[in-house]
Design a protein around this ligand. Structure first.
Ligand SMILES: [Zn+2]
Length: 248
């Protein structure tokens, strides 16, 4: 079969000419595949099976993984490799999507979200913190971790001071929260709440289109990261590395 796919991981086994990759495909979600001879740079499959390449792959099912019989690059996100922060963020996105995206099932929406995130990251047209927040929150929502940020879960108020409960994926208003002592909740600024609602509830075409101060984006990206960590109950090495770069 032929499918469009983003290469999200490369495992090169030393001493072998084949390249083993993990790819996010349109038709089959996340798959593991090997490309014969692709580590030879003269191979026509070489650039199309590198990390971050978006390519058209011809796949054949093997015993425990797929065999890439042909690969043609569609887009190579060159801009990602010129900047260590962008590179680290792109690697984290790939690791996150490798965990959350469906397997052996179509993943059209997830692929589209990832391609948009990498495109904006590579061309520098959006703040990396904004891209991170959108990718994290929207991807979690698509993957069964959709929070309900429409209104206070007790009284239905949708305005006024709100507290976010990342474990429950809900918000509670200032009037209700004193009567419900809850651990692990934090006051959420109105700007951050609006931005999270925009990311979750806007049409796909608009989800990366909003503006916030740099400080606001930092808060937003911290909220979405915290929500991810609590919902998934884990962290990511690539994310830890990205966070060390921010403090330099
Ligand atoms: Zn309330």
């Amino acid at each position: 079969m032929t499918t469009d796919a983003l290469i999200i991981r490369e495992n090169n086994n030393i001493g072998e000419a084949d390249r083993f990759v993990t790819a996010l495909t349109r038709e089959l979600g996340v798959v593991r595949a090997s490309a014969r001879g692709a580590r030879n740079i003269k191979s026509r499959n070489s650039s199309a099976t590198q990390l971050f390449s978006y390519s058209r792959l011809a796949l054949r099912r093997g015993r425990d993984k797929y065999i890439i019989t042909d690969a043609k690059p569609i887009t190579v996100f060159f801009g990602l490799r010129s900047d260590i922060e962008k590179l680290a963020l792109a690697q984290y996105f790939c690791e996150l999507v490798g965990v959350l995206a469906p397997r052996e099932e179509p993943a059209e929406d997830v692929l589209r979200l990832m391609l948009n995130a990498l495109h904006f990251l590579a061309d520098g047209s959006r703040n990396p913190k904004l891209i991170k927040a959108v990718l994290e929150l929207r991807l979690l929502a698509m993957s069964g971790f959709m929070p309900d940020l429409t209104a206070c879960f007790e009284c239905g108020a949708f305005e006024g001071p709100m507290w976010f409960l990342p474990e429950q994926g809900r918000i509670i208003c200032g009037g209700c929260s004193p009567h419900r002592p809850i651990q692990n909740c934090c006051r959420i600024s109105i700007n951050v709440l609006f931005a999270m609602r925009h990311i979750l509830y806007s049409e796909f075409e608009k989800c990366f289109s909003f503006t916030m101060s740099d400080n606001g984006l930092s808060q937003l990206a911290d909220y979405t990261e915290n929500y991810m960590r609590i919902q998934l109950g884990r962290g990511f090495k690539t994310l830890d590395f990205y966070n060390t770069l921010k403090t330099v």
